[in-house]
Structures are given as C-alpha cells and as structure tokens.
Design a binder for this molecule. Sequence first.
Ligand code: ZN
Length: 657
Amino acid sequence: MKRILSIALLTATLSAGAQTQRYETHFVRPLGQVLTEIQHRFGIRLHYNIDTVGKQLAYADFRIRPYSVEESLTNVLAPFDYKFVKQPGNLYKLKAYEYPRRTDADGKKLLAYLDGLYAGKQAFTARADSLRQQVRQLLGINPVLAQCVKDAKPILSKVRKHDGYTVQNFALETLPGLYTCGSIYTPTMKGKHALIICPNGHFGGGRYREDQQQRMGTLARMGAVCVDYDLFGWGESALQVGEAAHRSSAAHIIQAMDGLLILNYMLSARKDIDTTRIGVNGGSGGGTQTVLLSVLDPRYTAAAPVVSLSSHFDGGCPCESGMPIQLAGSGTCNAELAACFAPRPQLIVSDGGDWTSTVPTLEFPYLQRVYGFFGATDAVSNVHLPKEKHDFGPNKRNAVYDFFARVFRLDRKMLDESRVTIEPETSLLSFGNKGELMPKNAIRSFAQVAPFIDPKAYQQLKSDASLEAKAKEWVASLNLADAKKAGFATTAIYNHLRAVRDWHNSHPYTTIPAGINLQTGKPLSQLERQMIADSAMPRTVHEKLMKELRRVLTEEQVEQILDKYTVGKVAFTLKGYQSIVPNMTEKETEYVLSQLKLAREQAIDYKSMKQISAIFEIYKTNCEQYFNNHGRNWRQMFSDYVKKRNAEKKKAKEAKK
Ligand code: ZN
C-alpha cells in the first residue's frame, strides 16, 4: 500500500514538474487578452468600459468552456465582479456588478427563503416590525428628520380652477433652506376627501408630464386630494441642488423625507382630509418610493406601486437603492417590504416588458400568502399587462382609478380623463420660470445640503458638488438659449470630470513600477508613473463626452469647453510662439495650432494641471522640431527672445529709478 502511494506521488510530481513554471504562476494571463481571445474563439463581440487594466486572471484558460461562451464569460468575469448581459446578435455587454439587480432565479430563491422565515401572522408581524425599524436605520432618515424645519408653512400659489378640481402649487421648506416643490390637486366637491401622496418616478418630463396630470386630475375629480412633488435634483429642486444631486444616495433619504413631511403638512393644515383614507401611489421609481413610504409611515391605509415591484430588482437609481435598505433583516427585497403593508389594501400593477414580468408567478403569490396570514388574501390584487411595456399608460392608470374607487369609495361617475386640463409646465412651478420667486434663504448648491445628511460622506459629496459647479460654470459661459441643451452638456461634462477623478483616485502612481525612462535611463518620475496610470482610462469615457457635447453644441462651442478644461492653454501657448518666432508664417501658425488642439483634446482626460501641462509639452516638442526641420533654429530663437526680454526688463527697471 505504502509503495503504491509513493509511486502515485512520484508520478504526480513528475507531471507537475513539466508545467512547473506555469503552475507556480497559477496560469495567470491578463484579463484583456483573455477577453480578446474569447471574442475570436466564439465569434462574438464584446462591448465594455469596465476596467481591465492591470487585471490578471489566474487559471485563465481553465475557465474557458469550449461548448459555452456564456459559461466561459461567467467564469472569466466572476473573479473581478464583472458580469455580461446578452444583447441582440452576437454582442455581449460587460458590466460591473450591479448590487440592486439580480436574476429572476435569484428572486425566486429569495422569496422561497423568506417564505420559510414565517409560517403565520405572529412570526410575520415580528419580522415586519423589525424590518420597519431596520429600514429607517439603514436609510439614515431619523437624524435627518431631527434637523427638519418644524411646522413649516409652505409658500402657496394661487388656486387654479378646472372642471371638477383645482390645482395649487406649493414649496415646502424641509431642511433649513431646502424646499420641496409640488402641486396639490383638490376635488371641487365639498366634504372630507381621501388623500393620495404621489411620489414621482423617472419618466421624462417628471411630474409635469401629461399622463401625470391626467392621473392627478382624474383622481381629484373622483374625490381624492392628490399631491405630487419633484424628485430631488429634478424640476425646481435642480435650481437648488443641481441635477447631478439626484445621482447621490442623498436622493434616497431626501425623497423619503419629502413624502413624510408633505403628509405631515397635509394632515395638520388641511381640514378636508379623511384620515382613514390615505393612499400612496407612483410608477417606476415612484413605485419604489410608494413601497418605501408605506414602510416608513404607518398612516397610509392603501398603497399602489406601479411597474416597480420585484423580488430581484431594488431599483437602479440612487434614489431607490442609494442607501442599503435591502440589507434590513439580513436581506430583504421590495416584495417583502410591500408585504409589510398587509392586511391593508394594496394593488400591484405589472407588465410583460420590464422586471415586473415575474409578478404573477413570483411576487404576487408570495404577497397573497402573507396577506393570507391575516385572512386578507383579497386585499392584495395584481393587474398584470403582459403585452405592455414600462410606462404609466392608460391601462395602468385605469387599474389605479379602479383600485382607489373601490378602497376609498371614490365617485366612478367622475372618471373621465378628457375633462382634465393639461397645464403647461410653467403653471406648475412654485419659484417662477427662472426661479425668481425662490426665497432668500434658499440653498443654492448640493454642498449646502450635504452637512445635514452624512458628515462622513461629505468629502465625496463636496468633490461632486465642486465638479458640478465647474461643469455648470463652463456651460453658462456659452450663454446657450436652450436650457435643455445646457443641462445635457452640463451632465456630460460632470460625468466626464467625475470619471477622470475616480479613475485617477483609484489608480495611484504606485500601481505602475518605477522602471526606466528610455531617454534618460533614470527611474520614471511620480508624474510619469501617474500619467501612465491615468492614460489607461478606457477611451469610451473620452469618446462619450465628445459625442454628447457634439450632440448639443456647435464645433466652436465644443472648442470653448475644451479650452475651459485646459485653462486657455491653446491660445496662451500660440501667443508665446508668436512672440518667440519672428514673423511666424501662416503655415507655421497652422501647424502649431493643430498640434496645440491635439494636446488640448488629449489633456482633458487628466486630473491635475501638472499633467495637463505635461501633455502640452509633448506637442510643444513637436512644434519646436517642426521649426528646426523647416529652416529655423529653435534654440537660437528662444535664446534671442530671452535676451530681448531681459534687456527690456533692465530698461524698465532703470526707467523706474
Ligand atoms: Zn432616482
């Protein structure tokens, strides 16, 4: 026995020996190289701007499955937390791990696990109580609410009268100097009304869009006071904190805070609200907010999340998943958060064209089971529209009207969208067309909001805010007449500046070995190493900026923006050459200018002024060689110029004496 074992060991050692070198290096290959090879091997195309620089894949070739491109991709990408999404044809998009988005199969497993946590009402109630508490804590809402303005009186517009309802705009101060703006749609009929708070989603046009006004107006005509309000960083909120603020996790907290404070205000100031009929309803991101508000606020008596509810997608915007509320109870999902609303009436609207396509088979049966613990299976309903896509179209609105008519005893005879007046966006504004009515104490930047939220996160927010301010200032200098184009350009620049900063910060010079400079033979300087690291940023970041700028700006305006990035170095350097080179010809000027423009476009992808100057140095060297190759002597011209300057300085000094 012993002998057989030692022979086996010997054989193993021998065969491993043949591969010693590779075994010792764990068969490592660069990720980028492996991805290129997968494309050739399987005849597919990969689109990605994930970071492959310096990424080494251990056991690289062993991860390839000759019979399956998708298994191969999964194995190759998993060590780096990347994933692929199949596109039409032979195209695959590679993406970084997205924590809010999982697969349908994951949703099924999570719901099965959650089902196992509670067999009845008592266990579920205990779970729901602890979820409510933990969601508050993980959202970080309590410390923010503690800093809110107490009993704020909103700025109210004139009341506009329409057929069966009125509309009034409001601006409610939440945190000191921060306002949430929205509109209140009130039934004309007398008596106590139901109230429906309507958080908004990300549909184009925000809360000013036609289908939003149709829904608000129709529900008001039917007998419910409806209140909608801007997303943080959208609509009039953008005047205060900028649009980029919406892409911060602050949006998650502030929008929830807005919903809570608006309900406080409505219940304290309005005498026409029936507190036994308080609903919450929104679509997409507004549906995510609907579920969140129903968890945070016990006063709601009916809820209707539309095209949002899922066990495998938490909502991809920071206003939905910016704070880690899904970690509550050791892991939850929006379906379980919605279940916490049991046994109160709830409508889930879903469709076949988005992530809610699984509602009839996964989330709804799960909700019915939980509602069943309370003997209230019928209180939860699902309207599923298998042929429809992700929107708030007529069938979805009708489902909402029907639900609230049923649970809030609204007047079905008044259901007629054609009687609703669609007001222009300007009528729905509280601060005037250009924000001229904004109160004096109003906050004017995101940086002023950040200290209320999380002092630890403040540095990042402050840096974001300063980049956004830069982007805004640069675009403002163009004096564009079209505000939408200006907003688009600002966002493009802001995203680019952030990408450059983030790449720079996550790739310090120490990631590049000192090596040698091939010209001097000396080790590379810190600046050189940093520039190598920064130059590896995916080209797509640059290309996206240029494409987006060219979509809304003229070529001349694009150049003006590039000059802002490089603090006018093109004009400044050209002027320098013109004073050094005697009688610079048109041809020479043209060459110098073309080189400086190349420098400018390359330099915008670098973070510091030192780096930008270093890029310009490369092209200045080209210019100087050009002079030398075309009958000039750069060294001579430069030294003549310096002598001339010194002589002038001396003269000026003597004149002063
Ligand atoms: Zn959002």
